[in-house]
Design a protein around this ligand. Structure first.
Ligand code: UT7
Length: 338
């Protein structure tokens, strides 16, 4: 399907991480809510998460990840044509991509936010590819970043144990159709299940003049029906990966690395099992970061790259899933040079 329709290929040429400086361990959480390190570890695989500390923000961790990705790709900020920030927790609801653009000096780029919750990085990767394949842009900086600590109900033990803050970034560059490294993808959404995971706006009517009313209020902390989201992930993620592999003319036997949104180790293990992939093929850094939403896939990708795990030519099956509900998969061949 791919190379017949499109003239240009894409390749990831650099990656980076933006890790906030605060740490919150399971032991710390056990002092806040009725939980234990043992419960959190066995049910999720998480041991600690990172939190943005004073002076840090979505902008600072996003910019940190961007700087590292640009350095690895040996691309100057002014060379970037397009900057996409996948996030659900912007510093400014009007968009935070532009503040990162300014912070890193990507002065020739157009920058915008993309919201698809924990699927944001995969959706952003596919969006980036479309702009490159049409010939519109050559070099894209894609950042996945979230500061969920702002929106967690720290008294709700069923959600507060899961989430952390973090950012990851990749540089994506145009390459020839023969060297295309995005081999296949599949994106999905289903609003009928939106009630299972929300960071919703709640307002009330307020009269501003005569009988004219507006609705004003605030966003409320995250609510989640954990079991339903768990079941959805274990069912839909193997399915969407299989479809993306089919588009790439590959099967799960060809997959070198399974790189899932880092939500729960049990989800990763179950998906790997359904795809008949052994545990050593699963990239996981969940224990140290928890669920960082749009940041989780690029953070884990960058860690694996810097640890020397990823070899040129490796096939990586990525999948993001979460609120919306949204889910998607991208099959990428690792080749850090364009
Ligand atoms: O990025 C977004 C995607 N989100 C996800 O992927 C989340 C998917 N869901 C999950 O990861 C899991 O459902 C959770 C980790 C959130 C929960 O694990 P679970 O095995 O589904 O537990 P549960 O909700 O069924 O709760 C089991 C028990 C309950 O007690 P009872 O009713 O059996 O007495 C809970 O009240 O565990 C209790 N519980 C806790 N106990 C200690 C719930 N949270 C905690 C806690 N510590 N933090």
């Amino acid at each position: 399907m791919r190379n017949e329709l499109y003239s240009a290929g894409i390749a990831i040429t650099g990656s980076g991480s933006g890790i906030p400086s605060g740490r919150l361990t399971n032991q710390d959480l056990a002092q806040m809510v009725e939980t234990s390190d043992e419960w959190i570890t066995t049910r999720t695989g998480i041991k600690q998460r990172c939190l943005t500390a004073s002076g840090e923000s979505l902008k600072t961790i996003g910019a940190q990840a961007a700087h590292q990705a640009l350095a690895m790709a040996q691309v100057a900020p002014e060379e970037i044509d397009l900057l996409i920030l996948a996030t659900s927790t912007p510093d400014d609801l009007f968009g935070s991509a532009v503040s990162i653009q300014t912070a890193i000096g990507a002065n020739h780029a157009v920058a915008f936010d993309l919201t698809a919750a924990c699927s944001g990085f995969v959706f952003g990767l596919v969006n980036s590819a479309q702009f490159i394949r049409t010939g519109a842009y050559q070099k894209v900086l894609l950042i996945g970043a979230d500061v969920l600590s702002r929106w967690v109900d720290w008294s709700d033990r069923s959600t507060c144990i899961l989430f952390g803050d973090g950012a990851g970034a990749v540089v994506i560059e145009a390459t020839s159709a023969e060297r295309d490294r995005l081999l296949g993808f599949e994106l999905c959404s289903d609003g009928q299940l939106s009630h299972t995971l929300n960071l919703g706006y709640h307002g009330s009517e307020k009269t501003i003049v005569d009988s004219i009313e507006v609705n004003q209020g605030h966003y409320q902390p995250i609510t989640m029906k954990g079991k339903e989201v768990y079941r959805f992930a274990v069912e839909k993620v193997p399915e969407v990966i299989s479809k993306a592999l089919f588009h790439a003319d590959l099967t799960s036997e060809d997959v070198d690395w399974l790189l899932l949104h880092q939500a729960n180790q049990r989800i990763m293990d179950a998906v790997a099992q359904r795809l008949s992939l052994p545990p050593e093929r699963v990239i996981s850094n969940l224990a140290n970061f928890g669920n960082t939403s749009a940041g989780s896939i690029p953070l884990a990708l960058d860690e694996a790259q810097r640890a020397g795990k990823l070899q040129s030519g490796d096939i990586i099956a990525m999948s993001g899933f979460g609120a919306g509900l949204t889910w998607g998969s991208a099959i990428v061949q690792w080749q850090i040079e364009p």
